[in-house]
Design a binder for this molecule. Sequence first.
Ligand SMILES: *Cc1c(COP(=O)(O)O)cnc(C)c1O
Length: 455
Amino acid sequence: MSDRVKRFILPESEIPTKWYNIQADMVNKPMPPINPKTKEPLKPEDLFPIFAEELCRQELDQENSWIDIPEEVREKYKYYRSTPLVRAYGLEEALGTPAHIYFKNESVSPVGSHKLNSALPQAYYCKQQGVTNVTTETGAGQWGAALSYAAKVFGIEAAVYQVKISYEQKPYRRSIMQTFGAQVTPSPSMSTRAGKDILTKYPNHQGSLGTAISEAIELAMNTPNCKYTLGSVLSHVSLHQTIIGLEAEKQMAMAGEYPDMVIACFGGGSNFGGIAFPFMRHNILEGKTTEFIAAEPASCPKLTRGVFQYDFGDEAGYTPLLPMFTLGHNFRPANIHAGGLRYHGAGVIVSQLLKDGLMRAVDIKQLDSFDAGMLFARAEGIIPAPESCHAIAATIQEALKCKETGEEKVILFNLSGHGLIDMTAYDQYIAGNLQNYEVTDEDVQKNISELEKII
Ligand SMILES: *Cc1c(COP(=O)(O)O)cnc(C)c1O
């Protein structure tokens, strides 16, 4: 008992030097993104006006399994990496399960979530190319906070369009972005064409992610040396996030175990891909049989109830068409507290993997996610982000199955972030004011049927 290890920490010298690109090892590659006007597959050059060039190449790279992490990025990773791999003894005891539960604690980053793992390389590649300004949109503010910090680290300016209602209701994430020196603008704003058009028609518009994306892309297109960035969904984002799983692989070896199951919450798929792909590599290449489970909100069930179809990545229809599991780009998810999981589609890699049966998905109701988050907080002393609560709920379900069967399965999940800036959500849960949101088959069908016209 006394010599049991709680946290497995890698020395800095063991921080990985390469990211893992699962596209190269997939038997069925993701289908290409398509230009909606010409209906031709996209080439990296087509994306150069919007994103840094190296990121465009990474996005479409289906050949190189390993991509070097630039030494400058690895130096900045050292500010918070390696992150601990933790054996959840407290949670195991609270559940009375024979399962061995481990979690990778990505909440220890300066901004409290995994998002910095991709913000740092994105800012770096922009800087390296002579870009002086980056822009993005943010809802709850997790991605905006990560990009603001990363831009400061590499000495470039960040302009963040934050959905107006979040700007007003979540003042602390806004102050985090401002602390790191970003310019934060509530969207819709008068600073862009797209914003002006909306405000002229609807002066009291509360904003949406779709509008904020349009504003950020417009700014990037119209400003010299300014690029747009995205914190989820795209393949280069999950590539950067594989640092999570690559570290976890070494740390699981320190613990003398290998996971039977890997679980993560799912918004666009970046933290899921980040922890899952390095382990999935061994399923693909060596016939290992680890199970991979994505936990999505029942109110935004693209993996469990969506269709596999070409669709736009954004509400407004500005992006290329992507082959994805989707609820339709017009799907309006309920206003759950796990804002990072309110996205209508899944990244193209994960969509292909789900189609091919290399992973599965479960849906979690809002109240069940917070039940799980409360239990975890009391057992392990970390208050999880509302998004991460979904991964914990799925882990608890599996651990309770083990309790019934007596199996000592090894379960690894990703703690994508902490919830210390989301305490209003916990407040409402404690006061009994949180609710579940049902999605009817009609809701799902309505937007999906419109998709058939797209391609
Ligand atoms: C953004 C976010 C997510 C969801 O995004 P993915 O790309 O699916 O990982 C999950 N957890 C936290 C804490 C987030 O900030």
